[in-house]
Design a protein around this ligand. Structure first.
Ligand SMILES: [Zn+2]
Length: 345
């Protein structure tokens, strides 16, 4: 019996893991992720954004230490630390440099230096949606593809670009903000300060808002019934549920959002010529009903030469997408170093 246990322990010790962290607006998730994207010892704690940036960093360190302790007790080897965060991370200093307005005081936090000091391991960080895109590319719907554009449809719309199988960061790690593409010049004001951003017309927030508006004109809509008679309770899910049941008002809302999305994606396809566009996030759960409209809009607005072979698919990574994405970056950097690339750890 003891022999078997020793063998298992030796096998476990050989397997290396990334201590992987996903910082969300509500929760922090931390787990060990192996080379194949398998997740072990996942722990979650509240982010407590209202306490400010330093408190959030201290929550991250606490949960990461909890996972690390368990990893040590199980003799798991941890090769590196990696974290996905809202906003952008300066790749020279490892500091958060903005775009994370939902966490007060997060801008300027020395994220990478703090985690490096705590765990004495190579440490990586980038925008959470960019890392989601890399996770899908390495372990999800994008396996085998090198040129990928990824969109996450949730409260807002995020994006990530993979080119040559690697993250496209842009000049300051700020690339991929597809939710802020202008799709209507005289459109609604967005939180970012601009007008007519894609996320004002196709995010879960926007779809719910359009559903509530549409209800004012059509009091008989199934939307109102599904929301228990209270228009304020209409969510994006209510809109998709009613549309699937054939409600015309809800179908019109989905159609409108789908066309905006499709037009935005057509612009991305014209610009970047990806092999594949992956759509993830909560709204993607609407599935085929939305994909059908998006594909139609892409044919209408995109250049035929770029759109004819492009695959438009739903993301495959589900609840572990954040930690798997963060780990993908670390594995890629480590492998790059092993192959003798110039990437510094
Ligand atoms: Zn915007």
């Amino acid at each position: 019996m003891k022999k078997t246990k020793d063998r298992i322990d030796r096998k476990a010790a050989k397997t290396q893991y990334i201590l992987s962290i996903d910082l969300g607006g509500t929760n922090i998730e931390c787990a060990l992720v192996d080379r194949k994207g398998n997740v072990r010892i996942k722990k979650t704690c509240p982010t407590e954004t209202w306490k400010g940036g330093k408190a959030v960093l201290s929550n991250i360190v606490s949960i990461a230490n909890a996972v690390m302790r368990e990893a040590k007790s199980k003799k798991h080897r941890v090769a590196a630390v990696s974290i996905g965060t809202p906003g952008a991370v300066d790749q020279k200093t490892g500091r958060v440099i903005g775009g994370a307005e939902n966490i007060p005081g997060w801008k300027g936090i020395p994220l990478v230096p703090a985690l490096k000091k705590e765990f004495c391991l190579p440490t990586f960080a980038s925008n959470d949606v960019t890392l989601y895109a890399l996770g899908e590319a390495m372990f999800g719907a994008g396996r085998g593809a090198k040129e990928i554009v990824c969109l996450t449809l949730g409260t807002g719309i995020g994006g990530g670009i993979i080119t040559g199988g690697k993250i496209y960061r842009g000049a300051i790690d700020g690339a991929g903000e597809v939710g802020h593409m202008t799709v209507k010049l005289d459109g609604k004001r967005d939180n970012c300060g601009s007008f007519g951003c894609l996320e004002r017309y196709a995010s879960a927030t926007a779809i719910a808002e359009m559903g509530r508006e549409a209800c004012k004109k059509d009091k008989k809509s199934l939307l109102l019934k599904l929301a228990g008679g209270n228009a304020d309770e209409i969510s994006a899910k209510t809109v998709f549920d009613a549309a699937k049941k054939g409600d015309e008002t809800a179908k019109n809302v989905v159609e409108k959002a789908g066309w905006f999305l499709g037009a935005g994606i057509a612009n991305l396809i014209n610009l970047l010529n990806p092999e594949m566009v992956i759509i993830g996030g909560g709204v993607a759960k609407a599935g085929t009903i939305l994909l059908r409209i998006i594909r139609k809009a892409i044919k209408t607005y995109g250049l035929k030469v770029n759109t004819k072979d492009v695959k438009i698919v739903l993301g495959e990574l589900k609840s572990n997408a954040g930690v798997v994405g963060a780990a993908a970056l670390a594995w890629q950097e480590i492998d790059g170093k092993e192959r003798g690339s110039s990437l510094a750890l």
